[in-house]
Design a protein around this ligand. Structure first.
Ligand SMILES: CC(=O)N[C@H](C=O)[C@@H](O)[C@H](O)[C@H](O)CO
Ligand SMILES: CC(=O)C(=O)O
Length: 343
């Protein structure tokens, strides 16, 4: 059997070899365990998940009063039923632990009985802060928690990252846990597949992965390794179709805030096998984003674009991000409306 002792040791090569051999001999045992755990920790995350922006006041304080209307907008105007809060798009790493708690609480409170899933990102540079946020997410009834790799002192190996994730997950053992892979932002260029190796024996609440990388071979290797009760959520919105072909069962991203409807159409076209339509919808997203990229596209622009499209008052980003000129966001919003054929 896999044992925690081996997983947390530094002799990863030896561990992996033993692990593979053990998997052949213990198949029936591990199937039983997985089935039992599926029923105890949460429902599976699928479909479209919007990575929410964090509403701030014009002075840069968190603006909780905009959260209720934001959730209604996603549900009613975009058909998006699940959210991922305090992540990259939510500027989670630019917020204090206290602010993140207040935000998570308000998203959960206002989303209750309305949203299918509220997943709270609890990754921090400090393990202790992450544990505190994980524990808090459990207390407020979050449907899942996710953690990115720490990016200042970076984990040297996949095993080191797994140990970090394990310690965070242990602070909220009854909450479905997701690893959030986003190497372009963290600079932690480990293969996600290596991070997943034997992870369920270290993190019994492990339920899947949010993969925001463009390496579809790594993603495919994750999908082929993962048991079916995990979620494989893809996070590079402009190439979701490629990831669906590779086995993604959902998507988490910033653009689903304002392109939720077309994201949902893409998912159902793919499900029905209408690849021609799925491709048209994907190319529309690519057109809108490449137009934005040509003008200079970053999170600040993205946030302003959402305010422009939705009419919500999301406020400025927090420094070091700089407020985007309104004309730029307006021009992207117009392109979006043209491409989607919205009047
Ligand atoms: C780097 C980044 O923020 N990635 C997001 C999700 O992880 C995506 O949703 C992108 O914002 C989106 O694909 C647009 O490039
Ligand atoms: C895109 C995403 O999932 C995030 O902003 O964290």
């Amino acid at each position: 059997m896999k044992s925690n002792g081996w997983c947390s040791s530094h002799v990863n090569n030896i561990y992996i070899r033993l692990d593979l051999r053990c998997d052949y001999t213990c198949v029936s045992t591990s199937v039983t365990i997985k089935t039992a755990m599926t029923s105890t920790v949460g429902k599976k995350a699928t479909g479209l998940v919007a990575a929410t922006f964090t509403p701030l006041t014009p002075k840069g304080e968190i603006n909780l009063s905009e959260i209720g209307p934001y959730i209604d907008y996603l549900l009613e105007q975009q058909g998006v039923k699940s959210i991922f809060v305090n992540g990259t798009t939510g500027e989670g790493l630019s917020l204090t632990v206290e602010e993140r708690k207040q935000l998570a609480e308000e998203w959960c409170r206002k989303g209750k009985n309305k949203l299918e899933q509220v997943i709270v990102h609890v990754g921090c540079l400090s393990l202790k802060d992450s544990q505190e946020l994980a524990h808090h997410a459990a207390e407020i009834g979050a449907d899942g928690i996710a953690v990115i790799a720490p990016s200042f002192f970076k984990p040297a190996t996949a095993g080191a990252l797994r140990m970090f994730l394990q310690e965070v997950a242990a602070a909220a053992p009854a909450v479905p846990f997701y690893y959030y892979h986003i190497p372009s932002v963290t600079g932690v260029n480990l293969q996600a597949r290596d991070v997943l190796e034997g992870i369920e024996s270290q993190i019994p609440s492990f339920r899947g992965l949010k993969f925001s990388g463009s390496d579809l071979m790594d993603f495919g290797r994750c999908v082929s390794y993962c048991p079916s009760h995990w979620s494989y959520l893809y996070g590079v919105d402009e190439q979701l179709l490629g990831a669906l072909a590779m086995g993604a069962n959902g998507a988490v991203g910033s653009t689903y805030n304002y392109l939720g409807k077309s994201g949902n159409r893409l998912l159902s076209a793919f499900e029905k096998g209408d690849i021609t339509l799925a491709r048209i919808l994907q190319f529309q997203v690519q057109d809108i984003l490449s137009y934005a990229i040509d003008l200079g596209f970053d999170l600040a622009v993205n946030k302003q674009l959402m305010s422009e499209v939705s009419g919500l008052a999301l406020g400025p980003p927090r420094l070091p991000l700089l407020l985007c000129p309104q004309a730029k966001a307006r021009s992207i919003a117009q392109r979006l409306q043209q491409v989607l054929g919205v009047k």
